[in-house]
Ligand binder design. Structure first.
Ligand SMILES: [Zn+2]
Length: 288
């Protein structure tokens, strides 16, 4: 009599643990396990219910209380029992591990425009200044990763001598990349459109290997900045068609869009852009 009563109370207690606690920690799988054990012929057979009790106890301690205590103690063990699975997001707004792939690589960073050519302007944002700020941040990140970086300009100036034509100005940028035997050429620009609603980042390339480079940089850039993804496209820009190494031209965003212009003027956003381009270059070298 007494033992049957005790067994009933125990079962009642177990059922309370089984049905209420799991609900609080979304251990739906454990409920299924207990129900499975209750209806399982092996648990009910043998020594008159002892198997069932053993199953319930082991489920209670191994599958329900164990995970709960793990959660309450901060989930230190990240074994398979934790209901929360955190997948690390590569890239993001943070740095990524470059694994030394940039070490010794020769990279020319080309902040577009400068000097007497401010490039696109709008909403208080000046392209030449945006391009230079991001270009310098990109240089620093690449140098920290061991790359040899050459800038076409490090101040607000023209690259070709004063009085040169636009063609000569652009050729001077190409000449630097060719004379340094660059592995990559990265030109940084800000975009402009008559429609102020248009916003987003895009990356241009001229051919072959550059297409892969453009895809890597574009996806990493969008991931790091959250900018609208306007994709990659082939283009015949002077600096792209006249360089012999893989080369891209990154249009970071539109100064003609008020929100994007404000971002392009912002130091932390400029850093995200530089980090995005950097991440893309790392991924390009890791895959090639
Ligand atoms: Zn430009």
């Amino acid at each position: 009599m007494y033992s049957k009563k005790l067994m009933s109370y125990t079962l009642l207690l177990l059922m309370m643990f089984t049905f209420f606690l799991p609900a609080a920690v979304t251990q739906a799988a454990s409920i299924d396990s207990v129900l499975g054990a209750m209806t399982s012929p092996t648990a009910a057979s043998g020594d008159g219910g002892g198997g069932l009790l053993n199953s319930l106890f082991s489920l209670l301690f191994d599958k329900i209380l164990g995970p709960i205590f793990n959660i309450f103690s901060g989930g230190g063990s990240s074994g398979g029992s934790s209901p929360v699975k955190i997948t690390p997001q590569p890239g993001g707004s943070g740095t990524i591990t470059d694994n030394g792939v940039l070490r010794g690589k020769v990279i020319v960073v080309d902040p577009g425009h400068g000097g007497n050519n401010p490039g696109a302007t709008g909403n208080g944002s000046i392209e030449a200044a945006n391009n230079l700020a991001v270009g310098l941040k990109l240089r620093d990140k690449l140098q920290q990763a061991g790359a040899k970086v050459y800038m076409t300009r490090e101040t607000d100036r023209n690259v070709a001598p004063v009085g040169s034509t636009l063609g000569e100005e652009l050729q001077a940028r190409v000449d630097l990349a060719e004379s340094k035997g660059a592995d990559l050429f990265v030109s940084v620009h800000s975009n402009d459109n008559p429609d102020p609603k248009i916003a987003g980042a895009m990356t241009f390339y001229s051919s072959g290997k550059s297409s892969k480079l453009a895809s890597e940089v574009q996806s990493a850039l969008v991931q790091a900045t959250g900018a609208a993804n306007k994709g990659t496209s082939s283009a015949t820009f002077y600096v792209l068609r006249n360089t012999t190494m893989p080369s891209i031209l990154v249009e970071m965003g539109f100064v003609s869009n008020p929100q994007e212009a404000a971002k392009l003027n912002d130091n932390s956003y400029r850093n995200k852009v530089a980090q995005g381009v950097f991440n893309g270059l790392v991924q390009y070298f890791q895959k090639s």
